[in-house]
Design a protein around this ligand. Sequence first.
Ligand code: HSE
Length: 403
Amino acid sequence: MLTERQKDVKKYIAILGFGVVGGGCADVLAQNKKLISERCGFEIEVKYILDLRDFPDSPYADKVVHDYNIILNDPEVELVAEMMGGSHPALEFSLSAMKAKKSVVTSNKEVVATHGLELLACAKENGVTYMFEASVGGGIPVIHTIDTSLVQNDIKEIDGILNGTTNYILTRMNTSGAAFDEALAEAREKGYAEANPAADVDGIDACRKIAILAALAFGRLIAPESIHTEGIRSIDSVDVANASDAGYAVKLIGRTFAENDKICAYVCPMLVGASDPLSTVNDVFNGIKINGDAVGEVMLYGRGAGKMPTASAVVSDIINILTGNGVSYSWRRAEEGEITDFSDVVSRQYIRVSGESGLLASYKKAGDGAYITDAMSEADACKLEKALADEGCEIKARIRVLA
Ligand code: HSE
């Protein structure tokens, strides 16, 4: 039990960005105030909320400020929770908070994947902590798990469904035949999608997340533009149905593994076999499979987007830092020569063509004009596409198979 005196101790934080996740963060701290103070030994109080807008009807209206200097110049504020999204001014605000000796937590995968090295270096220089649990997997404690419970493992591979919006869309298309636009509108309505949902549907959000996971696993941050990334716009319901009949689910997969001293990372839609637990991860849920040399395979599952799950992850970082359990990182940039060329990536291929193909005839049929090939490199798959075109076939779809 805490003494009355301990209960009176307060630690102050500021929230930057009062959108879906920022509002959720304030709500989690308010809703679980008593248990958090009992577990921490002090109260956590939101002193300021920075936003361009006013929120006159919000219970937090009196905390809203528009001038960031008020937060920077208040020595009582120990920590800043950045939930603004986007690189700018999130980067500048986070750097200036750390220079003012305030730790920073974020849900912002763009800023971590793009500017993570600069942010971590700034934290180190200023003796503060920078953490980002909510940047991957929404409410799933994947970063903390890799940092703590799996720290003794040589991580071999991480495969994940890392974007809630696209998983929601693919699930709706598969289970209720919803049109792409209708399913996307629902995902936006539910607060899952990015401000610009192209980041979701074009795989950019998942790309940032696999960059962060690869850095956690291998200590090297790959620039997002060096990661082969495809989204789900080209996925046709015919292929989703063919895949289902052949025993697969179509999922947007982020994948990273280390091989021959190189790191491979990519994002693309893939056919996932029914025996793989990722195939049953539906709706807004994310699933992340981690393969470590000692532990073998571990899979984490939970809500990958949404107000309260994502806020839950933000608040876990806040508590870890304020209780002295923060984590620091020593990542470096992954050089070009350390990254596997995507043309060397090997997988089986689901290919659907119109017209008769002799080239595909020996492969397993997976629907009208659709086949699943043997494993081949991307370079060879591109050669096959060209040969099919020369044969007079029009390629309607090519989706890799996760093996
Ligand atoms: N737009 C993201 C998603 C939010 O749908 O997964 C969580 O990072």
